[in-house]
Design a protein around this ligand. Structure first.
Ligand SMILES: Nc1ncnc2c1ncn2[C@@H]1O[C@H](COP(=O)(O)OP(=O)(O)OP(=O)(O)O)[C@@H](O)[C@H]1O
Ligand SMILES: [Mg+2]
Length: 327
C-alpha cells in the first residue's frame, strides 16, 4: 500500500442485484487520496460517484449489494469493520456531507443538540456540558453568525446556506480525517455556493483533511481540487493533477466536458450536455463504455477494454486511441 494514501480504493466493483437484473454501478475504480489532498470526482448523472463514496462508509444495502476490491482508510480495512468499530469509523474517521442538508439534519431537534449528541455518541465520556461547548465551537468554526443563538435553532429556521454550514459543522464535530462531500453546493444559489466552497477549502487546509468532492461542475473542480478524477459508467476514465487535466485533457469524454465549458455554457450547467446518453449499467458493452458517443471511436473501441495510459507523473487516461498512439 502507498503509505502516503489516507484513502486507498483498489479495483472497487459494486453491483446491485435484485429488481430487474444486476446493475454494474462501479466497475474497477482505483483512487488514492493523500493526506490534505482534495480530489474532485467528476462525471454525469449515474456514473457511480455517489456509489463510490457510499462504499467508503459501507452505506449500501448489504443483502442486495456485491462489493469486491479493496477499501482502506488510514490502514484500516473498511470491509472488515463491524458493529461498534463501524459506527465509530463513520463520523470519527470518515464523515460525509450531502447535497441536501435536510436529509442529514433531523427536523425535530435543534442544531446544537444534534451536534452535541453526535459528539456524545462517539465519545460517551464527554459530559453534556462539554459536548455543548464543542457544538458551539463547531458552529463558530463554520462561521455561522450569532452561533450562540443558532445552537437552539431548528433546521427549518435556517436559510439553505446556513443549513449547509450546520451540516458541515455536524460532519466535522468528531474531528474526522476524511471528508466526503457529495455535491454539497448544487442545491444552493451561485453566491452561496461560492461561500460554502471557500469555507470547505479553508477548513480543509486548517484541519489537514483529505477530501473527495463530488461535483457536476468542472469549474468547481478547478477552483477547489488538487486532483481531478473523471468517471464514466462506473470507471475512472481520466485522472491527474488539475493543471495537467485542464492543459492536456486526453480522454475524449474529458475533452467534451472542457469544450462544453469553453463555450461559455458552463457555470452551474450540467455535464449531461454531451450528445448521446450514458450506457445501460445492466448491459455494459465489452469495450469502452463511451464508444457509442465518441467521435473518434472505431470498431476496436466497442470490443476492447482500454487499459490506462500514463500521460504524466500522476496523469493517466483509459482510451484505446491513446494506447495506439503511444505504441
Ligand atoms: N441501492 C441501489 N440499488 C440499485 N441501484 C443503485 C443503488 N444505488 C445506486 N444505484 C444505481 O447505480 C448507478 C450509479 O449511481 P450513483 O448514485 O453513484 O450516480 P452518481 O454518479 O452519483 O449520479 P448523480 O450525479 O445523479 O448523483 C445509477 O444507475 C443508480 O441508479
Ligand atoms: Mg450522486
Amino acid at each position: 500500500m502507498n503509505t502516503e494514501a489516507v484513502v486507498d480504493i483498489r479495483d472497487l466493483t459494486v453491483t446491485f442485484t435484485g429488481g430487474r437484473g444486476a446493475v454494474n454501478a462501479v466497475n474497477g475504480v482505483n483512487l488514492q487520496v493523500k493526506r490534505g489532498e482534495v480530489v474532485a470526482l467528476l462525471g454525469e448523472s449515474g456514473s457511480g460517484k455517489s456509489v463510490t463514496l457510499r462504499s467508503l462508509l459501507r452505506l449500501h444495502p448489504e443483502k442486495r449489494t456485491r462489493i469486491s476490491g479493496g477499501l482502506t482508510v488510514l490502514g484500516q480495512d473498511v470491509m472488515a469493520l463491524k458493529g461498534a468499530a463501524l459506527t465509530g469509523f463513520r463520523g470519527k474517521t470518515v464523515s460525509m456531507i450531502f447535497q441536501e442538508p435536510l436529509l442529514a439534519l433531523d427536523p425535530v431537534y435543534a442544531v446544537g443538540q444534534q451536534i452535541s449528541e453526535a459528539i456524545r455518541k462517539h465519545e460517551p465520556k464527554v459530559s453534556r456540558e462539554d459536548a455543548e461547548k464543542r457544538a458551539l465551537e463547531a458552529l463558530k468554526r463554520v462561521r455561522i453568525p450569532s452561533p450562540e443563538r443558532r445552537l437552539k435553532a431548528f433546521p427549518h429556521e435556517m436559510s439553505g446556506g446556513m443549513r449547509q454550514r450546520a451540516m458541515i459543522a455536524l460532519a466535522l464535530a468528531c474531528n474526522p480525517q476524511v471528508l466526503l462531500a457529495d455535491e454539497p453546493t448544487t442545491a444552493l444559489d451561485a453566491t452561496v455556493q461560492i461561500q460554502i466552497l471557500l469555507l470547505l477549502r479553508e477548513l480543509q487546509r486548517e484541519l489537514g483533511l483529505s477530501v473527495i468532492l463530488v461535483t457536476h461542475d468542472i469549474g468547481v473542480a478547478v477552483e477547489v481540487a488538487d486532483r481531478i478524477a473523471v468517471m464514466y459508467a462506473g470507471r475512472i476514465v481520466e485522472t491527474g493533477p488539475v493543471r495537467d487535466v485542464i492543459r492536456n485533457p486526453s480522454h475524449p469524454y474529458t475533452r467534451g466536458l472542457l469544450a462544453f465549458r469553453a463555450h461559455g455554457a458552463m457555470k452551474g450547467a450540467r455535464l449531461d450536455a454531451i450528445p448521446g446518453a450514458p450506457p445501460d449499467l445492466a448491459k455494459l458493452p465489452p469495450g469502452c463504455a463511451f464508444a457509442p458517443r465518441c467521435k473518434q471511436a472505431d470498431e476496436g473501441c466497442g470490443s476492447t477494454q482500454p487499459e490506462p495510459v500514463q500521460l504524466g507523473l500522476e496523469h493517466w487516461a483509459r482510451c484505446l486511441k491513446l494506447a495506439q498512439a503511444a505504441e
